[in-house]
Design a protein. Structure first.
Length: 99
């Protein structure tokens, strides 16, 4: 299920913003905050659809987001990520358990 009002649920909601808008190796620390975030896809879609240039969003740096935008410049990233989430959820639910 896609969360429209995702920011209050974000893992970084209590993090100082300056910790998410860093350069170099510090970005890896910022990305770790995103690892367990329940709304990581929503955050990433926000950054990609609005072409936000700075900071770590949805577990991706600005360089990583620019690479995605170059590959699919006209994509609706919300639609892409929402479909991917539904596909992954469906695939997980259908996998038979072997005894």
């Amino acid at each position: 299920m896609w969360v429209e009002d995702w920011a209050p649920r974000a893992a970084c909601r209590s993090t100082q913003p300056d910790q998410l808008f860093v350069k170099g190796a510090e970005q890896n620390k910022a990305k770790q905050v995103c690892g367990s975030c329940p709304v990581q896809a929503e955050c990433l879609a926000e950054a990609l659809d609005n072409q936000i240039e700075w900071g770590v969003w949805g577990g991706m740096t600005e360089r990583e987001r620019r690479a995605l935008l170059r590959r699919k410049p006209d994509a609706s990233w919300r639609a892409v990520l929402e479909t991917a989430r539904k596909t992954a959820t469906t695939a997980t639910a259908v996998v038979p358990v072997q005894a």
